[in-house]
Design a protein around this ligand. Structure first.
Ligand SMILES: [Zn+2]
Length: 428
């Protein structure tokens, strides 16, 4: 693998501490070998030189709550009825698109069929298909009538269900063990309901402590991680009581829940998936959810509660990460970087804090904080070359034209425009 030298770039290192500075970055193999404050500081041997012409070089973004197998359809049933063969192809294509959109790592937050995520992760790791670094999830595990139980009374076939439906601790153990056998990195539990589901709204909490404890015991035994859908206040507390460290949504909280989150802030991550709430409230009319309907479904109340909860968590030093639940018609894949804008506009984040959340904290949530998420010597070479200043406008990160290049593991997934290297040739 040839070395790559980025010269004349503005380095945004991802720590959130340091203002961007002019410099050069040398990539050797799949790692960042040298970061210099001037071009002269680095003497390349045989390296491809990319003249950034003042563009920003930053760490690849991390998506903490990804569903490759959601097929940009308006509802859950449309995801589940996609036949397996098409579903594999779909997921592979989406994985590649995430990488091209600047997400060099994604954390799977549930898939639609038992082995979909595992197969995609393995295909990426073995080089069969291009895609981000990926942690594979199970399907959603739920209880009868909860989010993910799409079975109809006259069609009691588990394969029609979006999630795996369990009854009791023993049944939970059986299903969790099945997914662990398949090789998932994460087991997904739906602790709360969701306003999307008639009869199981976001404030409901139906999984028993015995069921959660059985899952946690199995997962811990095999060194894996439980991740949870937890919109209700009771489900956030339930997750924390059981030592669960990655919580999705956390819309409704009270003082006790916030205190519990703060007490666990060095271990816990929250990835709210705020984009889908925003989209359902204001952008889903074409798909039959106008604003009035969204309000009647409870989304206005949840949006207000979520903004307050997440602002409070951020103030208390809890790591809140962007991304989540892209993959619906009204919230399509690869617009995920919009969450950065929503974090700044509605959750009290500075642009620097929002960027830190999807870089430094992203590496940590991938459980590889020692080598993912920063422009730092020794770290993996997952890098974005961005035309412009994301601190002045985080929105540029979802504009493919502004994302000049994407490098993962020292290799360009999206090569820089020829102009950059030509510029250098002229200079030489
Ligand atoms: Zn989700």
């Amino acid at each position: 693998m040839a070395d790559t030298l980025f010269t004349n770039v503005r380095i945004l290192d991802g720590t959130g501490k340091q203002a961007p500075y002019a410099g050069s970055v040398l990539v050797s193999g799949n790692r960042i070998r040298q970061v210099g404050r001037s071009t002269a500081a680095i003497t390349p041997g045989v390296a491809t030189v990319i003249d950034g012409a003042g563009a920003t070089l930053m760490p690849g973004m991390v998506e903490a709550h990804t569903h490759f197998s959601w097929n940009d359809a308006p509802d859950l049933a449309a995801i589940q009825t996609l036949p397996l063969e098409e579903h594999v192809l779909w997921s592979a294509r989406v994985a590649h698109q995430y990488l091209l959109a600047g997400f060099t790592s994604c954390l799977g937050a549930a898939c639609a069929k038992p082995r979909l995520d595992v197969v995609i992760r393995n295909a990426i790791e073995s080089g069969q298909i291009p895609g981000p670094r990926y942690l594979a999830a199970s399907q959603e595990i739920t209880v009868p009538g909860g989010l993910g139980d799409e079975m109809l009374p006259h069609l009691p076939f588990p394969d029609f269900s979006f999630g795996q439906v369990v009854n009791g601790a023993d049944d939970m153990r059986r299903v969790v063990r099945m997914f662990l056998k398949y090789g998932v990195d994460s087991i997904k539990l739906n602790l709360s309901g969701d306003n999307f589901v008639p009869g199981a709204d976001a404030k409901t909490t139906w999984m028993t402590d015995a069921e959660v404890a059985a899952a946690q015991e199995e997962v811990t035994m095999r060194g894996r991680r439980i991740i949870v859908h937890a919109r209700s206040c009771a489900s956030v507390k339930q997750a924390l009581r059981h030592g669960i460290r990655l919580i999705y949504h956390a819309s409704f909280t009270d003082e006790e829940a916030l205190d519990m989150l703060e007490a666990a802030r060095d271990e816990v991550f929250v990835a709210p998936g705020i984009g889908i709430l925003y989209a359902l409230l204001w952008e889903a009319e074409r798909w039959g959810v106008d604003h009035a309907k969204a309000v009647s479904m409870g989304y206005e109340e949840e949006w207000a509660a979520a903004c307050e909860s997440l602002k409070a968590m951020h103030r208390r030093g809890v790591r809140v990460l962007p991304g989540g639940d892209y993959g619906f018609a009204f919230n399509p894949h690869c617009q995920n970087a919009r969450d950065l804008e929503l974090f700044v506009k509605y959750l009290g984040f500075t642009p620097m804090e929002a960027l830190r959340a999807c870089t430094l904290y992203g590496g940590q949530v991938m459980m590889r904080g020692h080598e993912i998420g920063l422009v730092k010597e020794g770290f993996l070479a997952d890098l974005l070359l961005v035309d412009g200043d994301p601190l002045a406008n985080v929105g540029i990160l979802r504009d493919p034209k502004r994302l000049l290049a994407v490098m993962k593991d020292g290799v360009f997934a999206k090569p820089p425009p020829l102009a950059a290297s030509r510029q250098w040739e002229r200079a030489a």
